[in-house]
Write a protein that binds this ligand. Sequence first.
Ligand SMILES: *Cc1c(COP(=O)(O)O)cnc(C)c1O
Length: 439
Amino acid sequence: MKYNPRINEDAARLEGFTKLHPYQPIEQCQGILKLLYELEQILVNISGMPAFTLQPAAGAHGELTGMLIIRAYLEKKGETRHKIIIPDSAHGTNPASAALCGYEVESIQSNANGLVDIEKLKAFFTRDTAALMITNPNTLGLFEKDIVEICKIAHNAGGLVYCDGANMNALLGIARPGDMGVDILHLNLHKTFSTPHGGGGPGAGPIGVTEALKPFLPVPRIDVLATERTEIAERKSAGASGRSPLLPHNSVSSVNSVAEVLRKKYILNYDYPDSIGRVRAFYGHIGMMIRAYTYLLSLGKEGVCKVGEHAVLNANYLRHKLKKYYDIPYGKTCMHEFVISAKRQKQKGVSALDIAKKLLDYGFHAPTIYFPLIVEEALMIEPTETESRETLDTFVAAMIRIAQDIEQRPEVVRNTPQTTLIGRPDEVKAAREPKLKWE
Ligand SMILES: *Cc1c(COP(=O)(O)O)cnc(C)c1O
């Protein structure tokens, strides 16, 4: 999770947005529709996927929507395929989404470098395989460098490639999954685009698709009707300042003139006969979209490019500083994250869970642990681009101290946390029977 800028919250709380009702006449909702339309266009530009829907309410929901689109697309071609291939390093939601859509999941073992094994994939991908679901950068924080070849293998077998782009930090402004050949991509606004993340939501998991899959996207789609007068106005204002650098030149510009805005009509279009239908009540989690849009416009094109660079730099900085103290089984450099194995520490009787708890005593949010499943005693370290050098150094110092303590007096790390109000809740009970109100 990255820093959630206050300005996002201010924008989402503007009365013009908060007092809107989803049943309000379309003429009175032009502002929000314009915002949503433009957000779609920015995501198109960032990802290289030709069309987007903002409806899915989370990453997992985007995956399910993607699976439904794949099934509808293949059925339209008269094909019924039964299998989805998923690497063993994938997020647990991937197989769950495929299974929920009625597919049989085939897990493919990663190679010694933690990447998709091309030879194995060739053997696995048959005429009964609907798609490969791949995460890139994968959950080990490694870039699947053979992605172009991987997409070719899938396409040659008549199948598709679904890319899990929940975390796009490393690629932001640097590389585009659409250019690599993937057919569907989901993005998590709550991971990459600075909307709040935690407490169970709400999130947003927009998905982008190729031209071939566009007809199957959920309805309603936000479309823009341009009148003849608008076209004249647009030609006149071509190159005008005030146009967002993130938007393509042929898109609706954000030029200041009110008259121009009124001449463009945004509509909610239900006229897509091949659409899989709605996946969400109304139009999705609009508040998250306002936040993401604000974030993107406040960064601008240059800022977005820096996100990718800094996220990768920060992760590699930590990786380099910690590699002497902890085992990092995969990769020599990483993208936005890397995965430590506390196998060595486990021999001293201290687990990944203990280390995560000890970090709470040092004032750090505990990292994701025991994931990905292919790393024993895994601790996933993902600093994001918004952490300062000082914070990174403080984190390094805490991690080194923990490693040294484990060597000399492991019980100090085992009996943690000491500084929090609640020590160690029953994790299963906390997840299964949460008490969400004060009694
Ligand atoms: C977080 C995540 C998901 C699931 O996203 P949710 O919004 O939590 O449903 C899927 N894949 C990857 C790689 C993730 O990191």
